[in-house]
Design a protein around this ligand. Structure first.
Ligand SMILES: *[C@@H]1O[C@H](CO)[C@@H](O)[C@H](O)[C@H]1NC(C)=O
Ligand SMILES: *[C@@H]1O[C@H](CO)[C@@H](O)[C@H](O)[C@H]1NC(C)=O
Ligand SMILES: *[C@@H]1O[C@H](CO)[C@@H](O)[C@H](O)[C@H]1NC(C)=O
Ligand SMILES: *[C@@H]1O[C@H](CO)[C@@H](O)[C@H](O)[C@H]1NC(C)=O
Length: 480
């Protein structure tokens, strides 16, 4: 039964594979609930999103128990199903109040801009919104790139083994030869020297889960052509780290804070949990807030950890629980929790007296096909999707919708003095087009194809598509 659901789910995700998808909207509604229930097997997700640095984030034995659980229980989660989960991208930036408002008339005259920014999202309170004159960096396509990546799996020693696909024997290399081309403009190739020059005496913090770490490793690699950073700090679990570029006095940090909220996580290095996560929806994680003021630049992201089983606390009372099997607590949907978290994060940033450039990165998609990560899902594609070939899966679209709505909220709220420049790093859609960029079975060395080894269709190979996020970031801070 589960298997059948998965197949249906994939059809639902991929309009091109289902000729009658539009007429099945009602059926989809039900399917979505089932799919969501499958995806929300929180217990299981600990395996994927483990914080461990050097250890494979998978354990083998949970598959059967979680599958049984899925069949037994469909959690009540009130999501609204959207016909088109591919939401329009936005690129609002919160600017300091004294900056000039863009003239609405000139925007209206520009057909391109209007197309990418639906009327309701271009608020009348445009004083705090910056509309890029050039183009929307996040709408475009992947085009062939004969030059390939700026580093190799051999030249960069910052790559974690489970993302070092080439070293692990991945046979194809076509996935390395694509670059992101925004519609209507070009983004220059990442220029490590220029970037480091710009970062002289500055510091940058990446805050989030293992995808933030994946991203930092990619940045360390593209910069290593110019200078190899010294590791100057790591925490006990090697989850949070700091590096220093001596010639530039540039400090780069990654802070492991998968929920961005205060939480008690009972997980060891192997992702094995000994207790339910306790998540405080009214408090941010001091791990990052305490360091926030030390950064000139911040890249912050949340997302997938909210799928895990967790007990939710608010104002010192237990609100409920997300996907707790043997609990009398009421089910509390992840959309509420995630929205609360994002609101808190944005409020903190916009009320902080600290002057930083903050990039909020939207949720990162996974590409499990023919199953989920725990039920034999794979990702063996070797070329990107073309636009229109794929749409966001349901959970990613829910998360991204929350992110965009809350971003728009904070971007249009007048009143509070904002010193931080908050920008949206909207990598979700462009990453959705890259099913070919994940380790799959090559998260481990020479995977035995005979056994159904678990695939990693969430993290990104290095080198790989995630390197393009650096190009986008560089463009965003250079045109700051
Ligand atoms: C290095 O940069 C930090 C700020 O990130 C600054 O406080 C420090 O003085 C700089 N050191 C040197 C030697 O310039
Ligand atoms: C938190 O709970 C206390 C009582 O325990 C109550 O007085 C207070 O108003 C609550 N605060 C909020 C923000 O709900
Ligand atoms: C990819 O995986 C699917 C199902 O897991 C399989 O049927 C197909 O043969 C695989 N393709 C390649 C090129 O290995
Ligand atoms: C895989 O299976 C084939 C045929 O069943 C067998 O000949 C081969 O030795 C197996 N490979 C490994 C690595 O076990």
């Amino acid at each position: 039964m589960v298997k059948e659901m998965m197949n249906n789910k994939f059809e639902w995700n991929n309009p091109s594979s289902s000729s009658s998808s539009s007429s099945h909207l009602k059926q989809n509604h039900v399917l979505v609930k089932l799919v969501v229930s499958v995806l929300l097997v929180g217990v299981a997700f600990r395996l994927l999103y483990t914080g461990s640095f050097d250890v494979l984030p998978y354990a083998e034995e949970t598959t059967t128990t979680t599958t049984a659980k899925v069949e037994a229980e469909v959690p009540a989660i009130n999501y609204v199903v959207e016909e088109d989960s591919l939401l329009p991208t936005t690129d609002f930036s919160v600017e300091e109040q004294e900056e000039e408002a863009p003239a609405p008339a000139s925007n209206a005259a520009d057909g391109e801009v209007q197309e990418e920014y639906p009327q309701d999202q271009v608020s009348q309170k445009a004083a705090t919104i910056e509309i890029p004159e050039k183009c929307n960096l996040f709408v475009g396509e992947w085009v062939p790139d004969p030059l390939g990546p700026l580093y190799s799996y051999e030249s960069c020693h910052f790559i974690t083994d489970d993302q070092n696909c080439m070293k692990n024997g991945r046979p194809d290399s076509g996935y390395l030869h694509w670059r992101w081309k925004p519609r209507g403009c070009e983004i220059p190739r990442f220029n490590a020297e220029r970037f480091l020059e710009m970062m002289r005496d500055k510091s940058w913090g990446y805050i989030g889960d293992s995808i933030a770490r994946n991203n930092v490793q990619s940045l360390l690699c593209v910069l290593s052509k110019v200078e190899v950073a010294d590791e100057v700090y790591h925490d006990e679990e090697y989850r949070s780290k700091r590096w220093h570029f001596p010639s530039y006095n540039f400090t780069l940090s990654v802070i492991w804070s998968p929920f961005l909220l205060k939480s008690e996580i009972f997980e060891d290095m192997y992702g094995v949990s000994t207790g339910e996560i306790q998540l405080h929806l009214d408090k941010l994680d001091e791990k990052w807030t305490s360091e926030y003021e030390s950064f000139n630049y911040v890249t912050i992201s949340g997302g997938k950890w909210f799928l895990k089983t967790a007990v939710y606390h608010d104002n010192n009372t237990v609100l409920g629980c997300h996907y707790c099997s043997n609990s009398k607590l009421t089910e509390f949907g992840i959309d509420n929790a995630y929205r609360k978290a994002i609101k808190l994060v944005f409020n903190f940033i916009s009320n902080s007296r600290h002057n930083a450039v903050v990039l909020f990165r939207t949720t990162t998609p996974d590409h499990f096909e023919n199953g989920e990560w725990f039920s034999g899902g794979t990702c063996n594609r070797t070329v990107p999707y073309k636009k229109g070939e794929i749409s966001l899966n349901y959970l990613d679209s829910v998360m991204r919708k929350i992110e965009l709505e809350e971003f728009k909220n904070v971007a249009t709220t007048s009143g509070s003095v904002r010193r931080a420049k908050l920008k949206l790093l909207d990598t979700t859609l462009l990453s959705t087009l890259r099913p070919d960029g994940h380790p799959g079975p090559y998260r481990q060395f020479n995977p035995d194809k005979n056994t159904t080894a678990q695939n990693d269709c969430l993290h990104w190979c290095l080198p790989g598509p995630i390197d393009s996020w650096n190009d986008l970031v560089m463009d965003m801070v250079m045109h700051d």
